[in-house]
Design a protein around this ligand. Sequence first.
Ligand code: FAD
Length: 473
Amino acid sequence: AAAIVWFRNDLRLDDNPALEAALDAGHDIIPVYVHDPDGEGNAAAGAASNAWLARSLVALDASLRERGNWLRLFVGHAGPTLAGVAAAAGATSVFWNRRYEPDVEARDAAIKRALREDGLEVESFNGSTLFEPWALKTAAGGPYRVFTPFYRSAMARWSPSACGDAPPRIPPWESGPAGVLIDQLRLVPATGWDRSFWAHWTPGEAGARAALDSFVEGALHAYAQDRDRPDRTGTSRLSPHLHFGEVAVWRVVDAVESERGRVGDAHIDAYRRQLVWRDFATQLLHHFPHTAERDLDPRFERFEWTRARRHALERWRRGRTGVPIIDAGMRELWETGWMHGRVRMIVASYLCKHMRVHWRTGAAWFRETLLDADLANNTMGWQWVAGTGADAAPYFRVFNPVTQGVRFDPRGDYVARWLPELAALPVPLRHAPWRDPTQLVRVAPGYPSTPLVDLAEGRDAALLAYRRMNDAR
Ligand code: FAD
């Protein structure tokens, strides 16, 4: 008999529980991907992630072909598409790995019901997180809103292990519709904006493995110190691979844990902790589905955000605020589809606090431009920085981008890399070029001579707005 394996954000063959279950049951396999952005609601991919997706699907198809099979692509509503493929091919079962974004969960629950009513066997699995989002509960039986107890609970039940490599042959099932060509999914930006990304990334399972291997051999050895340093390759850069499920998170854990003894515990534990943050974000969004759009802390409904002028927002987006660490981050994002995590916090803080723009606006830009755009991680990241989230940085802790820059990019190498026009400035000026306007104009006449929002004024205005919100109780 034939089973459809519906690929989604699990674009890999190894450690793939849905595929493994279908093979274990002795089925011939119909691998399917359905491009259904409407059905995915607020979890639908943005422009940069779509460009990644296109390449990842091509890579998955190539790996399937090496194993005697191929990927069938479709465009349309996932439910009717799957039902149609199953009927035309005579498949008896449909298997997939779960996604946990609320809109997708609702769609998938409806699809599962409908397919079962059609008489199909339908099974779904956890292919993406260390724990199911409902597995870890507080003593009171509810979801966690604070990370540290969530982390402790994760550690107490820690037993991840990879499920194994795909077999050399994945038996195909010939009948049923062949699907469409990848170009018909229209995933690649017509402007060619994504072309500069691919010097930095290799989407697909093999690319994910290579990134994991090079992290384990390299940056892992100093992760606890270097993870905050945008001027170094201090992190794993696995985020787009993990978002698209090109490597199982358990395999990442195994690879890192197997270095214990050779690599200091501090580095391994620090990395493991970040992976648990990822689970925490998934758990938060699952239990507080409104937070993708609204503040988790309801007091902020009263906060006086400003309506950013288009041109001010555009200066933030394009890296022309006049604050180098922010502009460097925004240009790194535009050119590579990724931004260092520490810098994400700094640019987000400037937008939400100095510019007092609602975090939703920033989150929307990240969603369009990040290759790793992930509704759960992005929502938690923005609400954390904005101070509106669970276990968030308190609103009154306003990042000073100059201090942050000096601390985490001490020689200004990161700034010089992404803003080459500032590379000729002496190091102390690289993070605050407005302090010597004459030199700035001489070296980089096109760079803004003053910050878009003055750092002290922006900070004071933000704190005042925060006090007003609290006084309005
Ligand atoms: P590493 O340090 O190597 O971490 C390994 C993995 O752990 C990451 O790939 C990621 O899957 C996970 N992880 C690390 N930090 C976090 C975190 N704070 N929250 C959740 N998971 C984490 N991450 C995304 O994957 N997608 C997003 O859309 C996203 N948006 C963000 C927005 C803001 C405003 C902020 C402050 C953070 C955001 N993050 C997001 C989290 C984090 O910045 C990135 O996951 C990380 O920088 C990716 O780089 P890396 O893979 O080298 O990280």
